[in-house]
Design a protein around this ligand. Structure first.
Ligand SMILES: C[S@@+](CC[C@H](N)C(=O)[O-])C[C@H]1O[C@@H](n2cnc3c(N)ncnc32)[C@H](O)[C@@H]1O
Length: 420
C-alpha cells in the first residue's frame, strides 16, 4: 500500500472506532481480514497511525475546534504538522480526497495552546477528578497512562516454575525478568506474540498485568478455602487464585456473561485447574442459598470505567461518558452489597477496580462501610506482607496502583473483613 492508501485505511478504521464499541485492535483485525493485499508492514504502519491518534485523541479534538470529529478530521489534525499533508491528501487512487475549501479555511489550532486536559489526553469533564486524585503528579501520572504497557506473564505454578520459564524464554531469545513484587510474575522487555508459544499453549504461562496479579494475591486465598469470584469474566484472576490454592478448596466463579465463562472454562482446562466451578449468575439473582454467608473470601473484580487500563485500550478514553461512569458506580455499590452476602463470619470481601477514580474506589467502599457496621477495612499493608515482596505502596488502608508509581495498570483494592 502507498503512504496515502495507508492514511485512508487509518481514516476508515478511526471512523469505525468512533461508531462502534468494539476494541480498537478488533476493529483493526476486522478491517484487514478481507483486504488480503495488505502485508504485515502495511498493517503495522496503519495500526501505528491509529494508535498514535488514540494516544492524542483529546488534544486532536481540541485542535479541531468546531469541526465535527471524524476519522478524516482526526487524521488531518494528526498529520497537520509534518509537512506532508498536501501530498497525502492529494486525491490519489485509494488515498484521501484533497482538502476542500472548508478544511483549508479551518486548519487545526496549534498544539501549543492546548489546555492541560487535552495535552494529557483525557476528557475535559474528568480532569478535576484526576487532579483531585494525583495533585502535583497529575501530568506525570497521565503521561504514564498514555504510554504503551509492557507485557507481563504469570507463571502457572500448577504446571511450571518461574526459573524454568525464564530459562526457556531466554533460550528462545525472549528477554524477560522476574517481578520483584509478585511470586509468579515475569515482565518481558519487548512485545513478542506468545499465543503460539508452547509455554502458553500448554498452560504454563498466562499473560496478566502485574497489577492484576497483585490484586489476586491480596485475596490471600488459602488451599482448602472456600472462595467466590463474583465477577470472574474470562478468569484472569480465577486462574491466579486456583494456583495460589494449589488446586485445592473450591472457587465458585460467577459472571453475568455466559460467553466469558465459556472462555474461562477453556483456560481452566489449559491451566490444569480442577478447583473451579463456573456458573452464570444474573445481575438480579440473589446469593445462592448454599453459598450464603459461608465464604472465606469473596473477590469482586467489579466492572468499571477501565481507566486504569487505558495504556492497553486507549479507545476507552474516547468512549467514557459521565453517564457511564455514574452507572458503573451504581453497579459497583450493588455488587459490593451482593458480594457481602457470600462472606462468612471473619470472611473477607476484596473489592477491586482497574480504575484510579475515587468515584469507583473509595467512594463506593465508604458508602458500603457506612451501611455495614459488621465490616471493617483491613489495611492492605497487613495482607501484602504475607503474600507479596517488599513494602505495600502508600500508607492508607486501601491500595492504589498506577503506571507511573508502580509500573502496573491502574488498580484500586480494598480488603473488607466481616466481624467474626
Ligand atoms: C473487570 S471484569 C472481570 C475480569 C476478570 N475478573 C479477570 O480477572 O479477568 C468485570 C466482569 O464483571 C461482570 N459483571 C458485570 N456485572 C455483573 C454482575 N452483576 N454480576 C456478576 N458479574 C458481573 C462482567 O461481565 C465482566 O466480565
Amino acid at each position: 500500500m502507498r503512504a496515502a492508501a495507508r492514511v485512508q485505511a487509518g481514516i476508515e478504521i478511526l471512523d469505525r472506532i468512533i461508531q462502534t464499541s468494539a476494541p480498537a485492535d478488533a476493529e483493526l483485525r476486522d478491517y484487514f481480514r478481507p483486504r488480503r493485499y495488505a502485508g504485515g508492514g502495511d498493517r503495522r504502519a496503519v495500526g501505528g497511525m491509529v494508535y498514535d491518534v488514540l494516544r492524542q485523541w483529546h488534544e486532536l479534538v481540541w485542535r479541531l475546534g468546531e469541526t465535527p470529529v471524524t476519522g478524516r478530521a482526526l487524521m488531518r489534525a494528526h498529520l497537520a504538522d509534518d509537512g506532508e499533508l498536501d501530498t497525502l491528501f492529494a486525491g490519489d487512487a485509494h488515498g484521501p480526497a484533497p482538502l476542500d475549501a472548508a478544511e483549508q479555511a479551518a486548519p487545526p489550532r496549534p498544539r501549543d495552546g492546548a489546555p492541560e486536559w487535552a495535552r494529557a489526553n483525557v476528557p475535559e469533564w474528568l480532569w478535576p477528578e484526576f487532579e483531585a486524585r494525583f495533585g502535583a503528579e497529575v501530568c506525570a501520572e497521565l503521561d504514564a497512562l498514555n504510554q504503551r504497557a509492557p507485557t507481563d506473564l504469570r507463571v502457572n505454578r500448577l504446571k511450571a516454575d518461574r526459573d524454568g520459564v525464564l530459562r526457556r524464554l531466554g533460550k528462545d531469545g525472549i528477554e524477560a525478568a522476574a517481578s520483584a513484587v509478585t511470586p509468579d510474575g515475569i515482565r518481558l522487555t519487548g512485545h513478542p506474540a506468545l499465543s503460539d508459544h508452547s509455554l502458553y499453549r500448554e498452560g504454563r504461562i498466562e499473560v496478566q498485568d502485574e497489577g492484576s496479579q497483585i490484586a489476586a494475591a491480596l485475596v490471600e486465598a488459602t488451599p482448602r478455602g472456600q472462595v467466590v469470584d463474583l465477577c470472574a469474566g474470562a478468569g484472569g484472576k480465577t486462574l491466579a487464585l486456583a494456583a495460589t490454592m494449589e488446586n485445592k478448596g473450591q472457587i465458585h466463579a460467577f459472571d453475568i456473561h455466559a460467553g466469558r465463562l465459556d472462555r474461562l472454562r477453556l483456560r481452566v482446562q489449559r491451566a490444569g485447574v480442577r478447583n473451579v466451578q463456573a456458573h452464570r449468575l444474573a445481575a438480579e439473582a440473589p446469593v445462592p442459598e448454599d453459598l450464603s454467608h459461608r465464604m472465606a473470601r469473596v473477590l469482586i473484580d467489579a466492572p468499571c470505567s477501565g481507566v486504569g487500563t487505558w495504556r492497553r485500550q486507549p479507545e476507552g478514553r474516547v468512549r467514557l461518558t459521565p453517564t457511564a461512569l455514574a452507572d458503573h458506580a451504581a453497579a459497583q455499590r450493588g455488587l459490593l452489597a451482593k458480594g457481602a452476602g457470600f462472606a462468612g463470619p471473619g470472611g473477607r470481601v476484596i473489592y477491586v477496580v482497574c480504575s484510579p477514580l475515587a468515584s469507583e474506589g473509595e467512594d463506593v467502599v465508604a458508602a458500603f462501610l457506612a451501611e455495614r457496621a459488621d465490616f471493617h477495612a483491613l489495611p492492605v499493608a497487613e495482607v501484602w506482607a504475607n503474600v507479596l515482596a517488599g513494602e505495600a505502596p502508600g500508607a492508607g488502608p486501601y491500595l492504589m496502583l498506577t503506571p507511573a508509581a508502580n509500573g502496573t495498570d491502574g488498580f484500586f483494592v480494598a480488603i473488607l473483613e466481616r466481624d467474626a
